[in-house]
Design a protein around this ligand. Structure first.
Ligand SMILES: [Zn+2]
Ligand SMILES: [Zn+2]
Ligand SMILES: [Zn+2]
Ligand SMILES: [Zn+2]
Length: 388
């Protein structure tokens, strides 16, 4: 009988070599692919961040758009990408650079200072108009088709069908829509800038052209309040108003933001504080500081949109205990426009323990006193000085 043929030693070695190579490949290849993909992703992210940083738009990333959304460049349906929280443009990752170059954002101040206050045209952007909006021409519903269609003016929020858009509408002057009495028009800031250069300070003359009802609103929101709800609100207010009048107090402290009041006519400005009692106290401190600086004539009326929990002050003033998106932001602005002013006195009180062993630290309290027009006290609120 013939004996079994043994594999030559080099053949076994060769097989072992294959095995090692195969094992190495099966282990190293996925590692390499994962590494390469994450490298590409971080490069893409860096590139995107670079565009965000240099852009005049207020780009924000999103993993999922809440409504059916179409890219403003390629018109494809998109689930994720970026949106501008000033003008509302939406774009996928691949078209971001093009969109950034092709479309202008809201101009907070006009470059051409020769333009008169009422000479601004609509600024139309195409697609992704809000659901339940109606065409200004035919009064039928807009944006109901599943594609990139119809236009919205990013200042007055008017919407119009593709087929209803006429050249007369393109050349029409924008009246800033429903919230014109709260919006600071870009041309106003241009004129103010020119007046400051000429050392003129009669802003009331200029503002009179905007009507008696003009009470510009400055929004001061805390982006960290209400489990970061403030962040989304900031964007919604930037869409409806001039982005220059919307501040994140974690980036611009209230005393700095309130200096915008000094560019507005005396006693005309209103402030909407979005945050907890701590943020409201912080803004009221800044208002007190304006008094010390001798800026009493510029002191604004303050309204509150309470975020998070523990909003005693806001509740006492009738602004509710907490806002969680029950009403649209546009309705919040309507409420601010309709609100009546009341007087509020505010003191800081230090409470010290008078016991023999005085071990406790003195406690600092805020005392708020609410009075009606005749000076009658309506309510008193005592509150710990909030630290946020
Ligand atoms: Zn695209
Ligand atoms: Zn934009
Ligand atoms: Zn418009
Ligand atoms: Zn129409």
């Amino acid at each position: 009988m013939e004996g079994e043929q043994r594999p030559a030693p080099y053949q076994g070695l060769f097989a072992d070599g294959h095995l090692v190579l195969y094992t190495l490949c099966s282990v190293l290849l996925p590692v390499f692919i994962t590494f390469w993909c994450s490298l590409q992703r971080s490069r893409r992210q860096l590139h995107r961040r670079d565009i965000f940083r240099k852009s005049k738009h207020g780009w924000r990333d999103t993993d999922l758009f809440s409504h059916p959304t179409y890219c403003c460049v390629c018109a494809q349906h998109i689930l994720q990408g970026a949106f501008c929280d000033c003008c509302g443009l939406r774009v996928d990752e691949g078209c971001l650079k093009k969109a950034d170059k092709r479309f202008h954002c809201k101009e907070i101040m006009l470059k051409n200072d020769s333009r008169a206050l009422d000479a601004m045209h609509h600024h139309w952007i195409r697609g992704n108009v809000p659901l339940c909006s109606y065409c200004v021409v035919c009064k039928q519903q807009c944006g109901s088709q599943p594609k990139l269609c119809d236009y919205r003016c990013i200042w007055c929020q008017k919407t119009v069908h593709d087929e209803c858009m006429k050249s007369s509408l393109r050349n029409e002057k924008c009246d800033f829509g429903e919230f014109r009495n709260l919006i600071i028009p870009p041309s106003y800031l241009t004129c103010i800038n020119q007046m400051r250069k000429d050392k003129k300070t009669d802003y009331a003359m200029l503002a009179s052209k905007l009507g008696k009802q003009w009470t510009p609103l400055i929004v001061l929101a805390n982006s960290r309040s209400g489990t970061n709800m403030g962040e989304g609100l900031l964007g919604e207010f930037r869409i409806l108003l001039n982005p220059v009048q919307v501040f994140d107090v974690t980036k611009t402290p209230p005393i700095k933001a309130l200096q915008l009041c000094t560019l507005l006519p005396f006693h005309s400005a209103r402030v909407l504080v979005c945050g907890g009692d701590g943020t409201v106290g912080w803004v009221l401190d800044a208002v007190d500081e304006m008094k010390i600086k001798g800026q009493e004539k510029y002191i604004p009326q303050v309204a509150v949109l309470p975020l998070g929990t523990g909003n005693d002050l806001s509740n006492t003033l009738g602004w509710g205990t907490g806002y969680a998106g029950e009403i649209p932001v546009a309705q919040v602005l309507r409420n601010v426009m309709e609100a009546d002013g009341i007087k509020l006195d505010r003191w800081k009180v230090q409470v010290t323990n008078k016991g023999y062993y005085n071990l406790r630290k003195p406690k600092l309290m805020d005392v708020y006193l609410q009075q009606d027009e005749g000076g009658k006290i309506i309510s008193i609120l005592i509150h710990d000085v909030a630290t946020w």
